[in-house]
Design a protein. Structure first.
Length: 145
C-alpha cells in the first residue's frame, strides 16, 4: 500500500500535483452539507450558543476575513485559501448559532443575482432599430441590490 505525504501547509496546489482529486462543484456542495450537519448537532441536549460564544465567533470571523483580504492584496494564494476556509467555517458557525439555514442565504443570493440580471437587461439598448431610443429604466449603478 503506497503512502502519501500530506500536502504542505504553504501550497494548496500540492494536493492537485500529488494526484489527489480536487472537489468539483457537486463535491463542494457535499462538503458544505457535511460541515453544516456537524455544526447543527448540539454538543449537549438543550445547549444553545451563548452570547459570549457568538461574540467570540464573530470576532474570529472578522479576524479571518481581514487575513483573507491581506493575503489577497499581497497575492499570497496559499494564505488566501487557508483563511477563506476559516471565513466560511466561522460564518457557518454563526449561522448555526442563530438558526439561519444555508438554503435561506443561497436563496437570497439567487434573488439578488436575478434582480441584477433583470436590471441589466432593462438597461440594455435595443439593437437593430437604427435610431436612438430612450430608456425609462436607465440604471446608473452596477451594484446589486
Amino acid at each position: 500500500m503506497p503512502q502519501f505525504a500530506p500536502p504542505s501547509q504553504t501550497d494548496p496546489d500540492d494536493a492537485a500535483r500529488a494526484g489527489e482529486r480536487m472537489p468539483s462543484a457537486d463535491g463542494a456542495a457535499d462538503v458544505l452539507e457535511r460541515l453544516w450537519a456537524g455544526l447543527t448537532v448540539p454538543a449537549e441536549p438543550g445547549a444553545g450558543a451563548s452570547d459570549l460564544h457568538i461574540r467570540r465567533t464573530a470576532r474570529a470571523f472578522g479576524l479571518h476575513a481581514e487575513h483573507s483580504l491581506t493575503a489577497l492584496i499581497t497575492d499570497d494564494r496559499a494564505t488566501l485559501v487557508r483563511e477563506s476556509a476559516h471565513v466560511l467555517l466561522t460564518l457557518m458557525r454563526l449561522w448555526a448559532a442563530r438558526n439561519v439555514a444555508p438554503e435561506a442565504v443561497w436563496t437570497e443570493l439567487d434573488r439578488r443575482t436575478r434582480v441584477g440580471n433583470l436590471l441589466l437587461a432593462l438597461n440594455a439598448p435595443v439593437r437593430g432599430t437604427g435610431r436612438a431610443i430612450t430608456r425609462p429604466w436607465k440604471i446608473r449603478s452596477t451594484k446589486l441590490p
